[in-house]
Design a protein around this ligand. Structure first.
Ligand code: NAD
Ligand code: MG
Length: 400
């Protein structure tokens, strides 16, 4: 019986995870759930899946959770605060942790799960972008089983040779020449960046193919998401940046591909529904029913591919630059992006200023004396410093 802890259960990935688990009550169950703001939804989820533990951010969250809990029913154990979140990720009462918190806030929990040697289902790509080396070392040293949930990385994982792929590979898999990440191109695929100044949050969040949380929806529109995924692929599959390629594929049916030395290209296809990679991660190495319907290629009719145009997606270029720049630059890219996107969603920053904030954070970081980034504390210190710098920069762009 698999016992699952879901970090970020009220989000898009968290809800899809609960949906898959509910289809397999005979082989998996929920130990713990965590959420940051929607306590009423958390209470409903905990009731439905009989979670033994919930983690809430603070005492106000605890009171709201209890107020939403039905009278006469015994509530689950309620743990409070970020420390409790990391402890719950490491709690031996679960063997599998779904890391589905959004942003670098998800890093301590994901890392705690890796250090506890668990099966880690990693949706939280920002953890790898901010702390790839620290995280992969923890996976290696503690024998964790790392399974990527991001659809592209899950597709690549499925297309790689089976030997040594679930964990922390030391180098690119033998015989593999390139990884090809596909991208839908988001809602503004055909428009130039310079023409997008007036874009509103609701337009940027309207993804053509996927239904996701608001932050990743904006990231998909700017395509910084694909950049974060290139960095994620670099760490997951020990692949150098020049052997990772991005192709725009508007139909989102081919989720990514692996090119081999002999000329073969293996791809994973399916409907754009995150329950497929989630079920893969929960069931691995077995295949489970995910609730996703079959793919009808005749209905798709055609599949298109093209190279991304840098005039449309400057943030993707910035992410490649950050990967070449090293860990400090990747932390700067990610933290500045979180600040910029939050402000854009609050209507405090114009859409096209997002790339400016990233550019300035990368320049700011490049100008600093390089610090060691060997521990979680090192990473979080630089992350915090970038956020302060980026908030200041974003303030200037908002006023202009
Ligand atoms: P979401 O915004 O829908 O949900 C985020 C979850 O994280 C919520 O449960 C929220 O309560 C929790 N959370 C937010 N801030 C927190 C904090 N400071 N501390 C603790 N918990 C916090 O996000 P999502 O779309 O489900 O994405 C989650 C992660 O999965 C992201 O890293 C995203 O990039 C990745 N991902 C998502 C999808 C998708 O289809 N949604 C696909 C691939 C990867
Ligand atoms: Mg993805």
């Amino acid at each position: 019986m698999r016992r699952v802890c879901i970090l970020g259960s009220t989000g898009s990935i968290g809800q899809s995870t609960l949906d898959v688990i509910a289809r397999h009550a005979d082989r998996m169950s929920v130990h713990a759930l965590s959420a940051h703001s929607r306590m009423e939804q958390l209470a409903q989820q905990a009731l439905a899946c009989r979670a033994e533990v919930v983690v809430v951010p603070d005492d106000a969250g605890r009171r709201r959770f209890l107020a939403a809990w039905p009278a006469g029913r015994k509530p689950p154990e309620i743990r409070v605060g970020p420390q409790a979140l990391a402890e719950t990720a490491a709690d031996p009462a679960s063997d599998t942790v779904m890391a589905a918190i959004v942003g670098a806030a998800g890093l301590p929990g994901a890392l705690a799960a890796a250090r506890a040697g668990k099966r880690v289902l990693l949706a939280n790509k920002e953890a790898l972008v901010a702390a790839g080396a620290v995280f992969m070392r923890a996976v290696r040293e503690h024998g964790a089983e790392l399974l990527p949930i991001d659809s592209e990385h899950n597709a690549i994982f499925q297309c790689l040779p089976a030997v040594g792929r679930a964990g922390a590979p030391q180098g690119p898999a033998r015989g593999v020449t390139r990884l090809v990440l596909t991208a839908s191109g988001g809602p503004f695929r055909d428009r130039y960046w310079s023409d997008l100044a007036g874009i509103l949050p609701e337009q940027a969040c309207k993804h053509p193919n996927w239904s996701m949380g608001r932050k990743i929806s904006v990231d998909s529109a700017t395509m910084v998401n694909k950049g974060l995924e290139v960095i994620e692929a670099h760490w997951l599959f020990a692949m150098p940046p020049e052997r990772i390629e991005v192709l725009i594929h508007p139909q989102s049916v081919v989720h990514s591909m692996v090119q081999y030395e002999d000329g073969s290209v293996l791809a994973q296809l399916g409907l754009p529904d995150m329950r497929t990679p989630i079920a893969y991660g929960l069931g691995f190495p077995e295949r489970l029913d995910s609730g996703v319907g079959p793919l009808d290629l005749a209905l798709c009719g055609r599949l298109d591919f093209e190279r991304p145009d840098p005039r449309r997606f400057p943030c993707l270029e910035l992410a490649f630059a950050a990967l070449r720049g090293g860990q400090g630059a990747c932390i700067a890219l990610n933290a500045a992006n979180e600040v910029a996107v939050a402000r854009f969603l609050d209507r405090r920053l114009p859409y096209t200023a997002i790339s400016r904030v990233l550019e300035e954070a990368l320049a700011w970081q490049a100008g600093r004396a390089s610090a060691t980034l060997d521990t979680l504390e090192d990473v979080l210190a630089l992350d915090g410093a970038v956020r302060a710098q980026a908030a200041q920069a974003a303030g200037l762009h908002a006023a202009a």
